[in-house]
Design a protein around this ligand. Structure first.
Ligand code: SAM
Ligand code: SF4
Length: 372
């Protein structure tokens, strides 16, 4: 039976952070209720007994604004309509200040076994600049509660290259994160997203972007610190202890099938890329799918290359195109350029595998363009 990951989008946040362009907004109890009912209908209508669901990911937004009983309702609908593997990885994203011990125990009880908490920084001043609604103390308190509630698979998200952020402050945050000892760390470079307060402030000259060379130094020194403390980098921005790689997110980089449910979510299933509507009114009327695109063979090949290259293990050319020779035949027009990257140390080649080097990560977009 084919495996499937299920992503469920919860588009609610207490307040938008200054950098974030993810689809989310404020909620009230009435809207929350309607949304949960609409998701349950979507689950029923898109149910498929031909798959074995081995990962479920509640992402946001802030899924932890939903009570365990509400997440449980959605999860029950999934388990009653799909075949869910008994050891499925089930993740919930959570913001500090939304958690307490009863809630955390409740999540554990309904089967959530992985918690992903957005920390971003352990510097009070940077949290303020980012527009976060929590303090450093909130992170420590709720992380500790999560351990007490029995979570033994926790991810913490960190963002670097935040304006005004100093290199020393970042290293201090990472050192404290390592002391907290989570199983997984996501370490993201700040992306300047159109429509966010940060974007406007950069445009108006009220905030200065961290220069590229500083961003890269923060990435490489931060990575080294994590790696020397037993966190292996398995993807450009993701680090974990042995055996704690996020099985759900790996599906995106492995071109495995996943079904996205909820407002604005995306799916890759049965050779199709599907996109759900971003319009809450349409969604609540159960008109959820807005785009449907059948991947061509070329789409599948190029996407497998550039998502796969994000992984530390890189890609197997023969897995993608049958044999290494066929891979080079397929990319014969870009072969010289690809070999230039290999000879200049941006890509490494190891028999059947192509891997981005540390230097290559810094210009990954340029390299990936060869495979489009
Ligand atoms: C979908 S968000 C949900 C997390 C949760 N709502 C929170 O903020 O605690 C997942 C993560 O994406 C990252 N993120 C969001 N916007 C970003 C941006 N513009 N640049 C880099 N990372 C970003 C943050 O680290 C965030 O924790
Ligand atoms: S970072 Fe998290 S809390 Fe902040 S706006 Fe984005 S989804 Fe909401």
């Amino acid at each position: 039976m084919n495996k499937l990951g299920i992503y469920i989008h919860i588009p609610f946040c207490v307040k938008k952070c200054n950098y974030c362009a993810f689809l989310s907004f404020k909620m009230d109890d009435k809207l929350k209720r309607k949304y949960i009912d609409a998701i349950k209908i979507e689950i029923k209508e898109r149910a498929d007994s031909g798959y074995l669901v081995d990962t479920i990911f509640f992402g946001g937004g802030t899924p932890s604004l939903l009570e365990p009983s509400e997440i449980g309702e959605i999860l029950n609908e999934v388990t009653s309509k799909f075949n869910v593997f008994k050891d499925a990885e089930i993740t919930i994203e959570a913001n500090p200040t939304t958690l307490n011990i009863e809630k955390l125990k409740g999540y554990r009880k309904i089967g959530i076994n992985r918690l992903s908490m957005g920390v971003q920084s352990l510097d009070e001043n940077l949290l303020g600049i980012m527009g976060r609604t929590h303090s450093v103390a909130d992170v420590y308190r709720e992380y500790d509660l999560a351990r007490k509630a029995g979570f033994d698979n926790i991810n913490l998200d960190i963002i670097f290259a935040v304006p005004t952020g100093k290199f020393e402050t970042l290293m201090d945050t990472l050192t404290k994160i390592i002391e907290l000892n989570p199983e997984h760390v996501s370490y993201y470079s700040l992306q300047l997203e159109e429509g966010t307060p940060f974007f406007e402030d950069f445009k108006d000259g009220k905030l200065n972007e961290i220069p590229d060379d500083m961003d890269r130094e923060m990435y490489h020194k931060g990575s080294k610190l994590l790696e020397s403390n037993n966190y292996s980098r398995y993807e450009i921005s993701n680090f974990s202890k042995n055996g704690y790689e996020c099985r759900h997110n790996l599906k995106y980089w492995n071109m495995d099938e996943y079904l996205g449910l909820g407002l604005g979510s995306s799916s890759y299933i049965g050779g199709f890329r599907l996109k759900n509507t971003d319009d809450i009114n349409k969604y609540l009327k159960n008109k959820y799918i807005s785009e449907r695109y059948k991947n061509t063979k070329h789409d599948d090949i190029s996407e497998a290359v550039f998502t796969g290259l994000r992984k530390t293990e890189g890609i197997s050319m023969s897995e993608i195109l049958g044999t290494t020779e066929e891979f080079w035949e397929y990319y014969k027009n870009s072969k010289d350029e690809i070999y230039r990257f290999i000879n200049e140390g941006y890509l490494s080649i190891n028999e059947d595998r192509l891997i981005l080097t540390d230097k290559g990560i810094d210009i990954s977009n340029k390299i990936m363009a060869c495979f489009v």
